[in-house]
Design a protein. Structure first.
Length: 584
């Protein structure tokens, strides 16, 4: 269907529509509020660009398609052309879902959305409720994590472009799996970012680790806020997505009377009512503040859920013994107990890593499903010097302990691609920038960052940080699907399936109620009490006898050999691993 294109360029005195196909340039008509409208309607699949005051051709800030890369002309795309088959899809809230995070480019050998769709049966068999795609907004080059996207309304062409995303979502819904998309509104990448040429999308009133902040509260901020909210609604409405994960929302710096996140939350709630299915917003925030997930009607920011790094840090530091960098405050079993019971370790107390008091307590009655926890994710693996996973140092039994703590806890659990079989392939940081100076700066920055966090000691005194630009860095990060069938990996995969099944079939494990946790025998084990279910996490290589909080009615799952005492109030476990017991 043909459509007129529009662009917001409030400071321009003249805007022309450039059609590279036939070389024509036509004037656009000025409208209210700094908007310009084309005089001709463009058919789907037409390449176009804009020229401001006689300047060079620039891609559309709201480009739906960048088939030749982020520096090339835009292309029109008709989102209504897809014939959806998910009319019976009732949707799925993120709350309490088993979420599975994946990077499209390394999840399969093909590195495409269609290739990922071909693996949906694996995810359905595992018991995944929601798949989370790392960013697919168009970014420079072919390979990257996607957090340096610059065409936020387009889908990265090497992944298959916008039509492939629609096909993926349709296929996921057919498999009974909801889809969450990772979106980045706190900054744009350094290469191909033309927004500043069109209008005041950025401001020097605030600064972020990436430079000037997105203009959410300064002059002309209304259109910038509309740009962000319109983008979010487009993914949810036109691509049938079920959720968005918002990257680093603590860097959405907004001093206006109504924070952007609260406005976005209410807009998404209105769309959910319109389409008749739940739509979720998941925030990544390091503020450790439950206001993020408090409804807007109660003065909160209204996010459905937020990521909680503290559970990861407490679990990882305890199991691996790492204490460098931000792990300095973690590692003791008592710290994991606090994370499992109270969500945040730093809830208004001093953070050694940050050097200040941090966070705010979570109300005991708040639904713990509002916090997404994980043992691995793209940050906690990919931002290690060698991109190595816990499987590098942890025995399978301790990997199973980690899985049980995440999947059977009170929170919304998230898995990272390949974790379920103990993948040994790394997930490294990789880029594909054409500018040599930018590539050199990234490599230098990564090396300097890891030099200050104690990574050399962790890796035996020396570490060579892989070059993000090297093709081998990207290819080494692809999952090896053959691993999943090997005996040592297949057993772990089966335990993951069993843990997910227990989460679904045992009512006590499905709630978001605050658990009770205890530690015993010199930190040899922990018990997470969830109603009439006890999740026992054995941490020692030696056999231990664990006193239960009540007599055992049935052992539901065990990694190691387990013997129940005569009266059912003790378990003797042969070594490290989880044991799940239904209590009388």
């Amino acid at each position: 269907m043909s459509a007129f294109v529009e662009v917001w360029a409030p400071a321009a005195g003249r805007v022309e529509l450039v059609l590279p196909g036939d070389g024509t340039r036509g004037p656009m008509t000025a409208a209210d509020g700094g908007w310009w409208r084309s005089a001709v309607a463009l058919t789907p699949g037409t390449d176009y660009a804009f020229s401001l005051d006689g300047g060079p051709s620039l891609p559309d800030p709201r480009s739906p398609w960048q088939p030749a890369g982020v520096h090339a002309p835009s292309r029109t795309f008709d989102t209504a052309a897809h014939t959806w088959t998910d009319t019976g899809w009732a949707g799925r809230s993120a709350l309490g879902a088993v979420v599975y995070e994946l990077h499209v480019g390394t999840f399969t050998p093909e590195g495409t959305l269609d290739g990922a769709a071909a693996r949906l049966d694996h995810l359905a068999d595992l018991g995944v409720d929601m798949v989370e795609l790392m960013p697919v907004a168009a970014f420079p080059g072919r390979a990257g994590w996607g957090y340096d996207g610059v065409a936020l309304w387009a889908v990265h062409e090497p992944y298959g472009g916008p039509a492939a995303l629609q096909r993926f979502v349709d296929a996921a819904h057919a498999a009974g799996i909801a889809v969450c998309l990772d979106v980045v509104y706190n900054h744009l990448g350094p290469s191909g970012n033309y927004l500043g040429a069109f209008g005041p999308y950025f401001t020097d009133r605030h600064h972020t680790p990436w430079g000037s902040a997105v203009n959410l509260d300064g002059p002309d901020a209304g259109e910038v806020r509309a740009f962000v909210i319109g983008n979010a609604l487009r993914w949810l409405r036109d691509f049938h997505l079920d959720a968005l994960r918002l990257d680093a929302v603590h860097q959405l710096l907004d001093d206006s009377p109504r924070h952007l996140l609260a406005e976005l939350s209410d807009a998404v709630a209105a769309l959910a009512a319109e389409v008749g299915r739940p739509l979720s917003l998941i925030a990544e925030s390091d503020l450790n503040d439950a206001r993020m997930v408090t409804p807007t009607a109660q003065g909160g920011l209204g996010m459905t859920a937020q990521w909680d790094d503290d559970v990861h840090h407490a679990l990882h530091a305890l199991l691996t013994g790492e204490r460098h960098g931000y792990y300095v405050d973690f590692g003791a079993p008592a710290t994991l107990v606090k994370a499992l019971e109270d969500v945040f370790v730093h809830d208004g107390v001093f953070s050694t890593f940050r050097g200040t008091d941090w966070g705010a307590p979570v109300p005991p009655e708040m639904d713990r499903h509002r916090f997404v926890v994980f043992a691995q994710d793209h940050d906690q693996v990919g931002n290690r010097a060698l991109g190595d996973r816990p499987s590098r140092v942890l025995a399978p039994g301790l990997l199973a302990v980690s899985a049980a703590a995440v999947l059977l806890g009170p929170y919304t659990p998230m898995l990272f691609m390949g974790e379920e079989w103990g993948a040994t392939t790394p997930f490294l940081y990789f880029t594909d920038h054409a500018e040599p100076e930018l590539a050199a700066a990234i490599q230098k920055g990564r090396t300097e960052e890891f030099g200050t966090h104690g990574w050399a000691d962790l890796y035996g005194g020396h570490v060579d940080v892989p070059d993000p630009q090297a093709p081998g860095t990207f290819s080494a990060s692809r999952l090896d699907w053959d691993e999943a069938a090997r005996p040592e990996h297949a057993r772990l995969l089966e335990i993951y399936r069993d843990l997910v099944r227990l989460r679904r079939t045992e009512p006590a494990l499905a709630t978001g109620e605050r658990p009770a946790v205890q530690v015993g025998d010199g930190d040899a084990w922990l018990i997470v009490r969830r109603g009439d279910v006890a999740v026992v996490l054995v941490l020692t290589d030696a056999a231990v006898t664990v006193p239960l909080p009540a007599a055992a009615a049935k052992v539901l799952l065990a990694w190691e050999t387990v013997t129940t005492g005569d009266d059912g109030t003790t378990l003797t476990v042969a070594g490290p691993g989880p044991v799940v017991v239904r209590l009388r």
